[in-house]
Design a protein around this ligand. Structure first.
Ligand code: HEM
Ligand SMILES: *[C@@H]1O[C@H](CO)[C@@H](O)[C@H](O)[C@H]1NC(C)=O
Ligand SMILES: *[C@@H]1O[C@H](CO)[C@@H](O)[C@H](O)[C@H]1NC(C)=O
Ligand SMILES: *[C@@H]1O[C@H](CO)[C@@H](O)[C@H](O)[C@H]1NC(C)=O
Ligand SMILES: *[C@@H]1O[C@H](CO)[C@@H](O)[C@H](O)[C@H]1NC(C)=O
Length: 506
């Protein structure tokens, strides 16, 4: 009680203090703007500072989603292939042109790092994360993590995913002809699947509740409320401040505890073909089992495990829930997909393999369009690590320049996708390849630093959709939000009020 009061008083002091500090920074930005002619000198169009300040404020106060902020920036320069902007005096480059985006992301020699950065002495765990790490550490971690998704391991994941879909099937039965929040169901499914596969724990999360320790930990691994927004903003735009403000991106000790627990039981479960993050180490060094507990880098393991939880929970849950949402609002597409599924199932040779999922053409079109309309990762960034000349215009991008790219903005540009707000799987009738080649479709990014779990997400969500749609029909009800509102404080795209749908047994 007393503690709460102190906390309240503290926040009553800290929040205005923070706002005052921000105001000083803003004034300072106006001040330095006069002196900062970096982009002007290079003939690069710039985003006017006032617009940026105003929208930055909206992002901080939770009125504007960071992704919508980037879309606004993108749309305010309709004719430019790129434009510059300043954050705390630092020149950033926003790339709009799809060809240039693709070229930069795939150019590993010049753009191998993200603009995020965290020094080891600031946070020994976050700095190890494959998402954050710079070269040469990144390459080593990524190579190890890529082995998690080898064909053999993928094969071992399918029955694990199916076992949770079965539980979900059973649990949903009791809600026949009732209204459920599919966001809750989706988050539970992802909690169970991800913790089972990558951490090796049985989280036993029920499908109709948020009340589960592992789920709660996964949900808040980033921290809650404005802290999350602030942390991400600082990591994205002012990595130098990370040190000053001592901001950690991984907020929840629970994940750290879980991973350490798993490590402790490690000696009992020698699972060389296992799918857990910890099993990578076994693959890389069989002798690890005979070595002492201190043999491997605990921070590395905790860093990668937390990264996988962080990177998968929000986007994958939203991916599944939004698929059910769009298929509810578009019954004809739901029927068409179900017909395709039943067509496959009636085939005597059908079993839930990666092969049969791959052959479901309409299913592929549906999930591709969900990720077009809701590119859950939202944006991509790179850091230029060697002076680079853009051939189109001759602009020299100097070493150290952060590059910002908005996936959402490209996916929502009517030049590339006519009537972009419409959910229309027919756009991908001929697959996604052409769009990818043109640089206009990249829900998982491009190049060697693209999403580690892209293929895994697609496989898992497709399996879940097949299992649930062959048993249930989903329809909108009077409580279904249209359009879905997203949580402005979450950096990814995440529905804030849940997604209520009517579920009926077929
Ligand atoms: C629908 C689900 C997901 C979406 C839309 C998504 C999207 C993205 C995007 C846009 C990036 C940045 C790519 C780039 O910079 O080019 C990324 C990076 C990453 N994602 Fe995902 N992701 C998803 C699920 C997952 C899952 C399930 C995992 C883990 C199993 C994962 C792990 C990662 C990691 C580790 C990175 C950083 C890779 C690196 O820097 O080497 N993601 N993701
Ligand atoms: C500031 O941003 C808000 C929200 O994006 C907008 O409604 C408002 O008109 C903007 N104000 C100015 C002066 O541009
Ligand atoms: C879900 O239910 C359907 C219909 O009863 C069934 O055919 C399917 O095998 C179930 N899925 C799983 C993973 O058990
Ligand atoms: C797919 O390809 C066919 C044949 O080339 C073409 O007629 C059709 O318009 C294409 N569909 C879309 C959506 O581009
Ligand atoms: C939805 O409809 C039900 C009856 O069908 C009603 O009880 C409920 O209040 C309605 N909810 C909303 C949000 O309108």
């Amino acid at each position: 009680m007393f503690k709460k009061l102190i906390l309240k008083m503290l926040s009553a002091i800290l929040v205005p203090l923070f706002l005052a500090l921000s105001a000083c920074i803003i004034v300072f930005m106006f001040y330095i703007k006069k002196y900062y002619k970096y982009w002007e000198k290079r003939n690069v169009p710039i985003e006017s500072n006032f617009f940026l300040v105003n929208n930055t404020y909206s992002v901080f106060s939770g009125k504007l989603h960071f992704g919508s902020f980037l879309i606004k920036l993108y749309q305010s320069h309709p004719e430019d292939p790129y434009f510059g902007f300043y954050i705390l005096g630092k020149p950033h480059l926003f790339i709009r042109c799809p060809n240039v985006i693709k070229r930069i992301c795939e150019n590993h020699e010049y753009f191998q790092d993200r603009s995020f950065f965290c020094e080891e002495r600031v946070d020994p765990i976050v700095s190890k994360s494959v998402f954050m790490a710079r070269n040469p550490e990144w390459r080593d971690s990524r190579q190890k993590l890529n082995t998690l998704f080898s064909p053999a391991k993928f094969k071992a994941m399918v029955p694990k995913i199916l076992s949770h879909c079965k539980e979900m099937n059973l649990s949903l039965e009791q809600y026949d002809n009732q209204i459920i929040d599919v966001q809750i169901t989706a988050e539970s499914l992802i909690t169970n699947v991800v913790s089972h596969i990558f951490l090796g724990i049985d989280s036993q999360c029920e499908y109709d509740t948020n009340d589960n320790v592992v789920k709660t930990a996964m949900k808040h691994v980033f921290g809650k409320g404005w802290y999350q927004g602030l942390a991400f903003f600082v990591y994205t735009f002012a990595p130098k401040l990370v040190k000053v403000l001592k901001i950690s991106l991984i907020h929840d000790d629970f994940i750290k505890t879980i991973v350490k627990d798993v490590m402790r039981s490690y000696y009992d479960t020698k699972d060389i073909r296992g799918t857990r993050v910890i099993d990578i180490l076994a693959k890389n060094n069989i002798n690890i089992y005979q070595e002492s507990e201190n043999f491997f880098d605990e921070n590395w393991l905790v860093g990668q495990s937390s990264t996988i939880v962080l990177a998968s929970f929000i986007p994958m849950s939203a991916f599944f829930a939004l698929s059910l949402y769009e298929l509810s609002l578009n019954q004809e597409y739901q029927e068409k997909l179900r017909e395709e599924i039943f067509g496959f199932i009636s085939d005597e040779n059908f079993d839930e393999t990666l092969e049969s999922i791959r052959n479901m053409k309409y299913l592929n079109m549906v999930v591709a369009e969900i990720l077009r309309l809701y590119p859950l990762g939202d944006f991509v960034n790179r850091n230029c690590n060697k002076d680079y000349v853009l051939q189109e215009t001759g602009l020299k991008v100097e070493k150290g320049t952060p590059i910002m790219i908005s996936v959402s903005a490209i996916h929502a540009d009517p030049k590339f996708f006519p009537d972009p707000c419409k959910f229309d799987p027919g756009r991908f009738e001929n697959g996604t390849k052409e769009f990818e080649r043109a640089g206009v479709y990249f829900p998982f990014g491009f190049g060697q630093r693209s999403c580690l779990g892209g293929r895994f997400s697609l496989v898992a969500i497709k399996i879940a959709l097949v299992e649930v749609l062959r048993k249930f029909k989903f329809e909108p009800c009077n409580e279904t939000e249209r359009p879905i509102m997203f949580d402005n404080r979450v950096i990814n795209i995440s529905p804030i009020n849940g997604i209520k749908l009517r579920i009926t047994k077929l």
